[in-house]
Design a protein around this ligand. Sequence first.
Ligand SMILES: NC(=O)c1ccc[n+]([C@@H]2O[C@H](COP(=O)([O-])OP(=O)(O)OC[C@H]3O[C@@H](n4cnc5c(N)ncnc54)[C@H](OP(=O)(O)O)[C@@H]3O)[C@@H](O)[C@H]2O)c1
Length: 319
Amino acid sequence: MKVITARKYGPPEVLQLEEWETPSPKKNEIRVKIYNTSVNSADWRIRKPDPNLARLFFGITKLKQPILGGSISGVIDSVGENITKFKIGDKIFGSTGLGMGAYAESICLPESAVITILPKEISFPEGAALPFGSLTALDFIQRCKIQKNQTMVIYGASSSVGTAAIQLAKHFGAKITAVCSKGNFELVKSIGADLVMDYEEFHSDSHNKTYDVVFECVGKSSIPSNLKHLTKGGNLVLVAAPFKDMFKAAWISFTRKINIKFGPIAETIDNLKFLAELTKKGNFKVIIDRSYPLEKMVEAHRYVEAGHKKGNVVIHCAT
Ligand SMILES: NC(=O)c1ccc[n+]([C@@H]2O[C@H](COP(=O)([O-])OP(=O)(O)OC[C@H]3O[C@@H](n4cnc5c(N)ncnc54)[C@H](OP(=O)(O)O)[C@@H]3O)[C@@H](O)[C@H]2O)c1
């Protein structure tokens, strides 16, 4: 099978095509022929790495797992003898988690992985684009316990997390103000934003509105600039807080009793199923910006790392 590996940390050019033997599933594993994966912001951060401290987890001098990629859609083509939940021929989608390994034509996963059946209403590319940003947005939105008619401002609304957050918060009844570049106004309005503003307007002195939830998706604005817009008792979400902001946020939460949500999300099968149901009913649409063949992974990484994708970037793997 074809795989894309990163044999060392570095720029997109460290990614290379290799031929590996197709793996065989263990007793408790399924094997998935991967039709699509996606390139997410986490992937280029791990490849670089950014932050450098990520080496403590992924490998000090080189990646312990050279095959990146955390989202898949595809078809099960082999099952271990203890598998009860899935069968050969099932179309599935989901996350491979921190084990990664999705930049490949095949992968073996335990049946307990965060995967579920891909409904016929969802395409394979959509299935691969769904898990990353949508599971992230859903987890943070659940932690905020959003109520009907609450106001929410989403900073970085055109990102993978942001495009999912708009639709999910809207689903739970929030009134959404989306903050993004002017060029993305139409996109965010088309998926449910009630109001739009660009970054300059958000930071301008004349913008003094407060919101029940301030949802910062991209880690590009400071904690004080967000707190300025938080209603008393509201929730500040820092999806992409760097380590120093996490310490700051924990300190502010503790000393000023402000609700600040940050840190890694919990990916769950229940949430994946929830997203599948919502999509099936036409109440959620994962946004796909571009797609590339597996062989063009270097280009895909360059594009995603540049930081201006709208929603998600998808890769075509096995055919
Ligand atoms: N906590 C967790 O567990 C968790 C999980 C997933 C992701 N994350 C983090 O969440 C962040 C977002 O991930 P993502 O995949 O959704 O990002 P993404 O899709 O790669 O973000 C791209 C978007 O960011 C916008 N952007 C770029 N520069 C900006 C700026 N200066 N101000 C505002 N927006 C700007 C771009 O809009 P323009 O083109 O208009 O600039 C573009 O649409 C990443 O840092 C990721 O590591 C955290």
